[in-house]
Design a protein around this ligand. Structure first.
Ligand code: FAD
Length: 418
């Protein structure tokens, strides 16, 4: 076992981690290492071979691997070191951590600052408690995406998708392209989980039936899936008796939500937010352990990868400044509160050191003009609509925060109909 000392360590080489490596190097950290358990760089974007990435960053429509290729080239140019096939399996409360690599064995890494960039994973069938046996043929949409796009396997021929998250919508179309029939997408909520553009481009364009207020109430089959029972749900999301019907299928794809991957964050002792499932951070992406920063889907599930890369870069830059003793100390702290129609938001507190962008998601869709605001007159913007699948942004300047009266300790963000 060897001890290693570096300036900034990044865990995970997805879009957040790669950008964090660049941010750390460009802010002056000498020895910046990104640790990745996979054999290749890029995180989930390796398997996202459809276009639609990078419109904000590059003003071009790229596939996931194309988008990552640009960031990885930039990281190599900036002098970031990558350690692939290297799993971080344990963290200590001082921020040091342990890695395992088949060639190098176990190492204990001490860094001036750490960036957590472990991404998220998908909710499995067990998490939504669907009764029935557990035959072959039930996959998360992301697992099926990896099989089809990277490993060259088809999960099945007759497909039902449960949940209308973006990965499920994209996979419904992908399975059609590969010759499968897609019997339908069933969504328990009264509105789609994914982006409207994905409903149009992945379902409507291919004639795939889409059922809101529906769920799967049972899976059938012993060795291989033979079908599912679907039913309409009431306002309390309980299946309505008499609406059940059997849908024959050999494959059920689950697109029922993503969970930030925070086992390591918990070991490091950082505070986890009960609603986002990610670390509590400020706009510098600093967690409640001052030497530990976090970015990307490990913090909050973003809708666009461009935001993930931008937040990753910022986390890396601030981690480097912390390691070099150059991160300005906060003199004031403001807790962010979610008000009217706000379900998720990040960061959860603001310091007065740096300009802030608060990302937030609404609880219910508003299909008319509405306003997103931060109180004390800090921000107000009119939106044409606000939907749960899409992030909204609130921008606040550090100078505005510094000018707030001394008794202001909270900032509430709201989304209200006009
Ligand atoms: C299955 C799936 C499909 C998706 N498809 C799309 C899509 O089509 N379009 C879209 O815009 N967004 C998609 N997303 C959202 C996408 O995750 C984000 O846009 C983006 O990839 C998030 O970047 P990240 O760096 O935070 O996480 P990831 O891309 O998930 O990267 C995290 C990295 O951390 C590594 N890691 C985790 N734990 C450890 C550890 N202990 N030790 C070492 N390494 C570790 C992982 O191996 C991974 O490489 C998808 C997400 C998932 C889960």
């Amino acid at each position: 076992m060897t001890d290693i000392r570096i300036d900034v360590a990044v865990i995970g080489a997805g879009p957040a981690g790669v950008a964090a490596g660049i941010g750390a190097r460009e802010a002056g950290a000498e020895h910046v290492v990104v640790f990745e358990r996979d054999w290749d760089l890029g995180g989930i974007l390796q398997q996202c071979i459809h276009p639609g990435f990078g419109l904000h960053t590059f003003k071009e429509e790229l596939t996931g691997p194309e988008y990552m290729h640009r960031w990885i080239e930039r990281a190599h140019g900036a002098g970031v070191t990558f350690r692939t096939n290297t799993m971080v399996f344990r963290m200590e409360e001082d921020g040091s951590f342990w890695t395992m690599n088949p060639n190098e064995g176990i190492r204990h890494v001490h860094a001036g600052a750490i960036v957590l960039g472990m991404g998220c994973r998908e909710r499995p069938l067990g998490a939504i408690r669907v009764p029935g046996s557990r035959p072959a043929g039930i996959y998360t949409a992301g697992t099926a995406q990896r099989f089809v796009n990277m490993e060259g396997y088809m999960p099945g021929n007759r497909v039902v998708v449960l949940g209308s998250g973006d990965i499920g919508l994209i996979m419904a179309r992908r399975m059609m392209w590969e010759g499968a029939s897609v019997e339908g997408v069933f969504e328990i909520m009264s509105w789609p989980g994914g982006l409207r553009r994905n409903i149009a481009q992945c379902l409507d364009d291919y004639g795939i039936p889409f059922y809101l207020d529906h769920t799967v109430t049972r899976v059938h089959g012993k060795d291989r899936l033979e079908g599912v029972t679907v039913a309409k749900v009431d306002a309390n999301k309980k299946p309505i008796l008499g609406t059940e019907r059997f849908v024959a299928c050999d494959t059920l794809l689950l697109a029922v939500g993503l969970i930030p991957e925070n086992e390591l964050s918990r070991m490091a002792g950082v505070q986890i937010h009960p609603v986002t499932g990610g670390p509590v951070v400020n706009q510098c992406l600093q967690t409640t352990r001052e030497n530990v920063f976090a970015a990307g889907n490990v913090v909050i599930v973003y809708d666009l990868v461009d935001w993930v890369s931008a937040e990753g870069y910022k986390a890396g830059k601030n981690a480097a400044l912390f390691a070099l003793d150059g991160l300005p100390k906060a003199t004031r702290r403001f807790d962010v509160r979610g008000g009217e129609n706000v379900r998720l938001f990040s960061p959860q507190w603001l310091s007065d050191q740096e300009d802030a962008t608060i990302f937030l998601r609404v609880t219910k869709p508003v299909e008319q003009r509405c306003r997103v605001t931060a109180d004390h007159g800090l921000f107000s913007k009119t939106l044409r609509y606000a939907r749960p699948g899409e992030m909204n942004e609130v921008h606040i300047k550090a100078e505005q925060l510094r000018m707030l009266p001394p008794d202001v300790r909270e900032i509430t963000v709201d989304v209200e109909e006009e």
